[in-house]
Design a protein around this ligand. Structure first.
Ligand SMILES: Cc1cc2nc3c(=O)[nH]c(=O)nc-3n(C[C@H](O)[C@H](O)[C@H](O)COP(=O)(O)OP(=O)(O)OC[C@H]3O[C@@H](n4cnc5c(N)ncnc54)[C@H](O)[C@@H]3O)c2cc1C
Length: 388
């Protein structure tokens, strides 16, 4: 009889890799299956940098970030790799912003430090930014940059170190639920007691045949890099913080690691696309409008940057309507666990996501209230007519 794995994880992005690591570390014989050759740049977890911060509007994430930092620290220690660079994080918005008010409450509720800046402080401390007099800000001192590509590699290395096995270039093409789940890939068939699905933007394609249709939208994000007029104006080594403008839709910026003298500043939204055709027509039309808008934004608020992007890349978010993740069991097949809908803010939280999904898979009491992440918060997620 074929080997039955304790767990099979589908998707070797940051969420699947962090989850696989937790399972292996907790003694589960685990297989991690990925459709593309690793590493790849076709999902959501590629690129050199991501923002890490405690400053969150939602208190549950502010709480979870308190645990994420020490796990990132453990991963750094265990792999001997620097992944986190502390820069501080500047969150700006008009003075009337309820989002900033709520972020202050979340940080205070989580017992995390922060600093409030009124308009004059903002001008004095950050003379290379230009915001109207009715703007204010919060400084999150623990915020910084995560070295994303390296972080992904570290989780995969640790997973293998704890006995896990990775199979890349194998697409999962069919899942037969049961007490023992059968997973058919483009190359093989695996049997497992638990299946964890972390397919990123491909979630809709993998979940529909299992009778689930949560409201997920894969969107294309234009990753825009802007040349500094004077090198190092917004540089990490000059202590320039990571940046979020809470005016909706959000914009965010971080000192670039990959291209010296070039700052990364992006729009937190994009056109809905098919993940297998990310850069197709729909994506490129939406991209042009976003680039134009961001050129205006740079001209107004970042006078030290040239106002035409020097480099453009692509990435994808998988958005839920409320921007909360979905971390839950399949309502019918209890040994199928789902982690999707990371809505463009899941990287920093991956260590805690991995821990929570591992707890669900191993029938342990989850460390956090799972209500915000439940599949059932959306109506009509089930498609009973779907072929199983
Ligand atoms: C431009 C950009 C900037 C961001 N900035 C931040 C930030 O500053 N801070 C932050 O916290 N977060 C940020 N995020 C969000 C964060 O990167 C994502 O939430 C996170 O990477 C999602 O990871 P994932 O593992 O769910 O998805 P993915 O990385 O897409 O991984 C899913 C994997 O599943 C595989 N897969 C899918 N279907 C199958 C199948 N059938 N068979 C086998 N394999 C399959 C895919 O190939 C893929 O590798 C950003 C995202 C983008 C795009």
């Amino acid at each position: 009889m074929a080997e039955v794995w304790d767990a099979v994880v589908v998707g070797a992005g940051i969420e699947g890799s962090a989850t696989a690591f937790q399972l292996a570390k907790n003694g589960c014989q685990t297989l991690l299956v990925e459709q593309f050759p690793l590493p790849h740049s076709r999902g959501s977890s590629h690129g050199a940098s991501r923002i890490i911060r405690k400053a969150y509007v939602q208190q549950h994430y502010a709480q979870m970030m308190k645990e994420a930092y020490p796990i990132w620290e453990q991963v750094q220690q265990e792999t001997g790799t620097q992944l986190y660079m502390k820069t501080g994080g500047l969150m700006v918005a008009p003075s009337s912003s309820q989002q900033l008010d709520q972020t202050e409450r979340s940080l205070a509720g989580a017992g995390s430090e922060f600093e409030k800046l009124i308009s004059d402080d903002l001008k004095l401390r950050f003379p290379n930014l230009s915001f109207p007099a009715d703007y204010r800000a919060i400084l999150d001192p623990e915020a910084g940059v995560l070295k994303a590509d390296k972080a992904l590699r570290c989780f995969q290395d640790l997973f293998v170190k704890y006995g896990g096995r990775i199979r890349d270039e194998e697409k999962v093409v069919r899942i037969d639920p049961g007490d023992v789940v059968t997973v058919h890939t483009s190359k093989s068939t695996y049997k497992t007691h638990r299946l964890l699905l972390l397919p990123g933007p491909w979630a809709g394609k993998l979940l529909a045949p299992l009778g689930l249709q949560p409201p997920l939208e894969p969107v294309r994000i234009s990753v825009l890099y802007w040349r500094e007029k004077q090198p190092d104006t917004y540089a990490l080594k000059k202590g320039f913080p990571v940046f979020v403008d809470h005016t909706i839709p959000h914009k965010y910026g971080l000192p670039s690691l990959e291209y010296p003298g070039i700052y990364k500043l992006c729009f937190h939204s994009g056109p809905v696309i098919d993940p297998d055709n990310r850069d197709g027509v729909a994506g490129s039309h939406g991209n042009q409008a976003i680039v134009r808008m961001m050129c205006d934004y740079v001209r107004k608020h970042f006078p030290g940057l040239e106002s035409v992007p020097a480099i453009q890349e692509s990435c994808m978010y998988t958005n839920t309507p409320d921007e909360d993740f979905i971390l839950d069991r399949h309502p019918q097949y209890r040994n199928i666990i789902i982690g999707v809908g990371f809505s463009g803010h899941g990287f920093k939280l991956a260590p805690v996501v991995g821990k929570l999904l591992c707890e669900l898979a191993m029938d342990k009491q989850p460390s956090y209230d799972m209500t915000p992440f439940s599949l059932s918060r959306f109506h009509n997620t089930a498609t009973p007519q779907a072929k199983l």
